[in-house]
Design a binder for this molecule. Structure first.
Ligand code: NAP
Length: 306
């Protein structure tokens, strides 16, 4: 074999090794939230049809919106569209931006008492003159399809059946549907909010993962994350998680939703570099976001059954 031939053989072997390495560690599987959302929507539609036949009416979702926030209006429209698609009854109750707490209370009481309303969604944030905690506490926890009532949070913390916040429920569904093993795995959750970080950590514990919750005071975030096979990020800080913080092959769930300078939507994870190290990763957009809304319908179905 001449030198040129030997060189070509060595180069080929190097390329194959490199490809095997890429196959194993470098090219992450993309966890496609849009495809999953479509599947879940179809399943929800079938459930709603069968429940409607059983109870003689469509499951009802009521949204309370205190006017004044454009993003909130867009979200409410997307919920209305989803309800129409799956066959749920949608009702929107709007209050003026200067509504008094008592008006909000009366609206909640009316919906709590309405037998055709199975789920109540209070659009947050509320204007600063209104007490959001008091309003949430007033919602019948069995109709709390956002999973924000302290009774639902407490039930979840005790590992008991509860209406779970939609975003972490969607994250778990992405993990489950992609057959990602959680039992005995080390998981980190960045963020400790009541709506994403904390419930995500509780759900991972229920799935037998060993969980560390990180937040803005966590010392050496990278050192914690490098220990973990599962990393869930809900900080609202673009570019917070970079490739060197990620263990090769780890599964990365990015809940972050941030608007970049050019107007595009980006997550908390530096997707381009982390996707070269992770085993699987959710993109933004197209990852956790699309699944979140469908989980609301799943909670509505659970609320009817309650
Ligand atoms: P949040 O209430 O502002 O909580 C953010 C959490 O991140 C806090 O616990 C905070 O720590 C922690 N944090 C902030 N900076 C950090 C840093 N440098 N290092 C480590 N931890 C840090 O936000 P949220 O409501 O949970 O939402 C989090 C993100 O998820 C946002 O981007 C939001 O838009 C997105 N989101 C997405 C969906 C979806 O469907 N995908 C739904 C809801 C929210 P401290 O507690 O110490 O302050």
């Amino acid at each position: 074999m001449n030198a040129k031939c030997k060189n070509a053989k060595a180069n080929f072997a190097f390329c194959i090794l490199h490809l095997i390495e890429r196959e194993t560690y470098v090219t992450a599987t993309i966890l496609d939230g849009r495809a999953l959302a479509m599947e879940l929507r179809a399943a929800a539609q079938a459930d709603i049809t069968s429940i409607s036949q059983k109870i003689g009416r469509a499951p009802g979702l009521a949204v309370i919106q205190v006017l004044g926030d454009a993003a909130s209006t867009r979200y409410v429209r997307s919920i209305e569209k989803l309800c129409t698609t799956v066959g749920a009854r949608f009702r929107l109750l709007t209050l003026p931006a200067n509504a008094a707490q008592v008006q909000l209370d009366v609206t909640i009481d009316e919906l709590n008492a309405d037998p055709a309303t199975d789920g109540i969604l209070l659009q947050l944030p509320l204007p600063s003159h209104l007490n959001a905690d008091a309003a949430i506490m007033r919602i019948n926890h069995r109709k709390d399809v956002d999973g924000v009532h302290p009774i639902n949070a407490g039930l979840l913390a005790q590992g008991r059946p509860a209406l779970v916040p939609n975003t972490p429920a969607g994250g778990m569904e992405l993990l489950r549907r992609n057959r990602i093993e959680l039992r005995g795995k080390r998981a980190a959750v960045i963020g400790r909010s009541a709506i994403v970080g904390r419930p995500m950590a509780q759900l991972l514990i229920q799935a037998d993962a060993t969980v560390t919750i990180c937040h803005s005071r966590t010392a050496d975030l990278g050192a914690v994350l490098r220990e973990c096979e599962i990393v869930c990020v809900a900080a609202g800080r673009p570019g917070l998680v970079t490739a060197e913080m990620i263990r090769p092959g780890a599964v990365v769930i990015d809940f972050g939703t941030n608007v970049a300078a050019d107007g595009s939507l980006i997550g908390d994870v530096d997707f381009a570099t982390v996707a070269e190290v992770a085993g699987a990763i959710t993109p933004v957009p197209g990852g956790t976001g699309p699944v979140t809304n469908v989980m609301l319908i799943r909670n509505l179905i659970a609320a009817v059954r309650l």
